[in-house]
Design a protein. Structure first.
Lengths: 602, 178
């Protein structure tokens, strides 16, 4: 073993190198305050390891980026952990950078002859932030997409060349495949390469000048190994433990939560995302920009931050004077306190903004929904199509946009909001069900705002029949009505009632007879199960079934429905307001069809 | 460099813990990554799909083989394709109501064989080897360890159905890729 080592040493000088690396002198002995540089090196190494593994499963294009990240997160074993480490280590790294910078400034480690190394550090700081910025877009989810759009739009305000700069960063006029290939090449290639080169220089210069000892020296000098190495190792362990804790934190709060980094719904250029925010460590900039309206944005986005960076850049010179050093410390603390204050203000503003809160909730829901849908496989045109073709996602949106100005769904607009227009047509939650029909046929409810109250049928034939005749029904007639309700509701073939209808087959059959033989007087106006040219009210054959509901939305003025007596409802299909697919999704959602059950995540 | 009055035991503790901690915290991200790239080992190949390939009428009565692409639902990582090409076969009539199906993949190194009328057999362009009409090895110098792989077929009325399957190459035994 020793001979082999000697052989190797003779050819490489490894012994001397190790010795130099390990036995560097630390004036005044090891101290905890010297660990920050080592923790950053460790964090960087972890990012390289996890990044390269993620690279093996990531696919940068607008139809595969989200999809491959979804696959890593939810389908590949251990993917959530790998992604979680990479994600949270990036966040911890920004904290470590701030701590490292503070320690260097407080200890005056930037002073001559260490100016150049200080500048190396500053460039590394900027490069690391650039890594965060580029990495944020790569999952191509709503959050990363819209937040990055904002930052690339800021690039466009650069005087003279802004638009060209933006186009070069984005790789085209708009976001697309080349935005991802460029961001990915920057994130996994250019920036890491520059960082490695600069870190080598940074550590070389650090070793050349030695550590800046904190005075007074409490202990005699010591070697790097093992005292300082031990302290560094413990600090790195704490960093790793924090990362792991952050990964499992959601699960500690909620046993169904997904562990690891968040993955929102796939980027959707047609659906602006009001909850788009940069990562928390850029929030202060985001907040800062709010104070620069209109054309003055360039001050907040470029000029003032550049001036601050310039002051930090000049710190080695300022620090030559005793007062200058104090100024540097105060300046840095003021910057950090200011950033903290702005971050706090941004958080508070969002917390008290109902639009933001609702958007976050909606984003979380669609993220969960698309994850459920993706389990059955993603179509080649991307996961966004899963959401675009999903009745459960699109139904309530269409309802809110097109129906809720008159109708309601369980009292709201489908999405949980309350429309500005007063309700003037029926509440359609459970439309077609026995409960809905029972309520409709009750004297107390038919003319309420949840049924016919707001329509021109509020005192029509049907309402009069219910309020006079049904109100005076005998016990026997009430039983008959119950059967008729079961029979008519069975026409709707609502999925959630399938089991009950199987059990009640006899009652339904009886109800059908009662409805057709005119005991209940239904067929005086309605057609039911046999052609009736004299019918004036909507057809009860297949009432509220999928086909019936689609048809009435397409054209309520058709003879089969209200004919010329139609109230205000537009012919959504015939007038081209909604296309066939949209009407289909709306109806499927109303009927509670096609619900895919979620499988818990990792 | 080291202090004269250092306790060697304390030093050893620090050295040992540094090595152990350093190893452990580096191993965590590394292990997570290795676990993820090992993921393909957990998945099985989607073999043995029964696929309607063609009609009996479309196969020449004289037994000349015809090549067909196999289209089937295919899962590729996150994507699911309803009708994607997953391979190809040669079909040949062996009687009025019987056919033989051969996977076009040469069992030697996985190249696609090609039917040549003049050679009355299947020719593999990679190593210039020849297989007979029924798929058996037809040249002495053939590097292939076995003949072309036959596939299970079924005639339903006029329809020809094939149970498509790939097999491992390079072995004398025919082992399905699963």
């Amino acid at each position: 073993m020793k001979r082999l080592f000697d052989w190797l040493d003779h050819r490489t000088g490894v012994k001397k190198l190790t010795h130099e690396a390990l036995y560097e002198n630390i004036p005044g002995g090891s101290r905890w305050r010297y660990v920050w540089g080592s923790t950053l090196t460790f964090a960087l190494m972890v990012q390289f390891i996890t990044g390269i593994f993620l690279w093996m499963a990531y696919s940068p294009s607008s139809q595969t980026a989200w999809e491959s990240v979804y696959y890593i997160q939810y389908q590949m074993s251990g993917g959530w952990l790998l992604r979680g480490i990479h994600h949270y280590m990036a966040q911890i790294m920004t904290v470590l950078l701030a701590l490292h910078l503070m320690q260097v400034v407080i200890d005056g480690a930037y002073k001559a002859p260490r100016e150049v190394n200080f500048w190396f550090g500053l460039v590394l700081l900027v490069l690391t932030l650039a890594l965060s910025l580029t990495g944020y877009l790569l999952p191509w989810d709503q959050k990363g997409y819209w937040a990055t759009k904002v930052s690339t739009n800021i690039a466009a305000i650069t005087p003279l060349v802004g638009e060209q700069v933006q186009r070069l960063i984005v790789g085209g006029v708009d976001y697309g495949h080349h935005t991802l290939t460029r961001f990915f090449a920057l994130h996994a290639g250019v920036l890491p390469f520059l960082i490695i080169a600069l870190v080598v220089g940074h550590i070389y210069l650090f070793r050349r000048h030695g550590i800046t000892a904190k005075e007074p020296r409490r202990k005699p000098d010591a070697a790097f190994w093992p005292d300082q190495v031990f302290k560094d190792a413990v600090a790195c362990l704490a960093v790793m433990a924090t990362v792991l804790f952050l990964i499992i934190l959601p699960r500690l709060r909620d046993s169904n939560a997904v562990m690891g980094a968040e993955l929102g719904a796939p980027a959707d250029p047609s659906e602006a995302f009001s909850a788009a925010r940069p990562e928390w460590y850029f929030l202060f900039l985001f907040q800062f920009l709010k104070y620069f309206p209109g054309e003055t944005e360039i001050f907040g986005a470029m000029i003032i931050p550049s001036l601050f960076m310039f002051v930090i850049f000049l710190m080695p010179f300022l620090g030559k004077w005793k007062l200058g050093h104090r100024f540097n410390i105060m300046f840095l603390f003021a910057l950090i306190a200011g950033a903290a204050l702005l971050t706090y203000l941004a958080k508070m503003e969002d917390k008290n903004n109902p639009i933001y809160v609702a958007a976050v909730k909606e984003a979380e829901e669609s993220a969960r929904r698309v994850q459920t849908l993706a389990q059955a496989g993603i179509p080649p045109n991307g996961a966004l199509m899963l959401l675009k073709n999903d009745p459960l996602t699109q139904g309530p949106k269409l309802f809110a946009a097109r129906c809720a100005s008159c109708h309601r769904f369980n009292g709201h607009d489908g999405l949980g909001g309350v429309p500005s227009d007063a309700q003037s047509a029926a509440d359609l939650q459970g439309f077609g069900s026995r409960e809905w029909l029972t309520k409709f046929l009750s004297p107390a409810h038919i003319s309420s705002s949840n049924m016919f109250g707001g329509t021109k049928f509020a005192d029509g034939k049907m309402a009069r029949f219910v309020k006079k005749d049904v109100a005076g029904f005998s016990a026997e007639e009430k039983q008959q009505l119950e059967k008729v309700i079961k029979a008519i509701s069975a026409e709707a073939q609502i999925p959630s009632q399938a089991a009950a209808e199987k059990a009640d087959a006899a009652a339904i059959e009886e109800g059908r007879k009662l409805a057709t033989n005119d005991t209940m007087r239904c067929t005086e106006c309605h057609q039911f199960r046999k052609p009736d040219d004299t019918a004036t009210a909507p057809d009860l054959t297949g009432w509220a079934s999928q086909e019936w509901t689609v048809a009435i939305i397409k054209n309520p003025t058709h003879e089969r429905f209200y004919g010329k007596r139609n109230d205000r409802m537009p012919a959504f299909g015939n007038e081209g307001i909604l296309d066939d697919r949209q009407i289909q999704m709306l109806v499927e959602w109303l009927r509670g069809e096609g619900i895919v059950n979620a499988r818990p995540g990792p | 460099m080291t202090e004269p009055n250092r306790e060697p035991r304390r030093d050893f503790f620090k050295k040992a813990s540094s090595v152990v901690i350093g190893g452990a915290i580096t191993a965590i991200p590394f292990a997570a990554g290795v676990r993820v790239i090992m993921d393909p080992l957990r998945h099985k190949a989607a073999g043995g799909q029964r696929i309607r390939v063609t009609t009996l009428d479309s196969l020449p009565k004289d037994g000349t083989p015809r090549k067909f692409a196999i289209l089937a639902s295919r899962a590729d990582a996150w994507n699911k394709y309803p009708d994607a090409p997953i391979g190809a076969i040669y079909l040949r009539r062996t009687g009025d109501n019987s056919v033989e199906a051969l996977n076009v993949v040469c069992p030697h190194a996985g190249c696609f064989v090609d039917f040549r009328t003049e050679k009355k057999g299947f020719y593999c362009p990679c190593h210039n080897s020849l297989f007979a009409m029924d798929g058996k090895i037809a040249d002495e110098k053939s590097p292939s360890p076995r003949g072309l792989d036959t596939l299970n077929t079924e005639i339903k009325g006029n329809e020809v159905w094939v149970e498509f399957q790939n097999f491992h190459t390079g072995t004398a035994k025919k082992v399905p890729v699963a």
